[in-house]
Ligand binder design. Structure first.
Ligand code: CU
Length: 151
């Protein structure tokens, strides 16, 4: 195989085999928390704004075996997180996934996430017509701010 053909194959693997619609919603401020060697879980934070009523119904990444949308809630005196089936995206409203709130959870990471690299992430967004479109992102990997490192 020529080097060029190999590159095309690698790109196809990164983008996945399923049809990807480039623009289902506006995603801003997306970043993934870097990991240390041997760490198997991390999180992605981002802000999603959909022009029309929609729901985030799932996510996936070639870098992690399991990707879930989580929310945080108080159970007694402790913060717990639990998977969300769907996250509502009201029309025109910026929905923030941020520290202490909802987040995209990466579990069973297949590789270390290094600051400065990009994490391929696919969001599955269901529109009012119940059609699900896949939105591919390249999320910047960053080190957590110092205040978040204890978590
Ligand atoms: Cu979580």
């Amino acid at each position: 195989m020529s080097p060029r053909a190999r590159l095309v194959v690698r790109l196809a693997l990164v983008l996945g085999a399923s049809p990807v619609v480039a623009h289902a919603a506006d995603v801003s401020d997306a970043w993934a928390r870097s990991t240390v060697k041997g760490q198997t879980a991390s999180v992605v934070y981002l802000t999603i704004t959909s022009a029309t009523p929609a729901r985030l119904v799932g996510a996936s990444s070639p870098a992690a075996a399991v990707v879930q949308v989580h929310e945080m809630s108080m159970q007694g005196t402790t913060m717990k997180m639990r998977p969300l089936e769907t996250l509502e995206l009201p029309a025109g409203q910026a929905v923030e996934l941020k520290a202490g709130g909802a987040h995209v959870m990466l579990l069973d990471l297949r590789q270390q996430l290094s600051s400065g690299d990009k994490l391929p992430l696919i969001l599955r967004i269901e529109g009012a017509d119940h059609k699900v479109v896949e939105q591919a992102l390249a999320v910047e990997i960053r080190d957590a701010p110092p205040m978040m490192k204890s978590r």
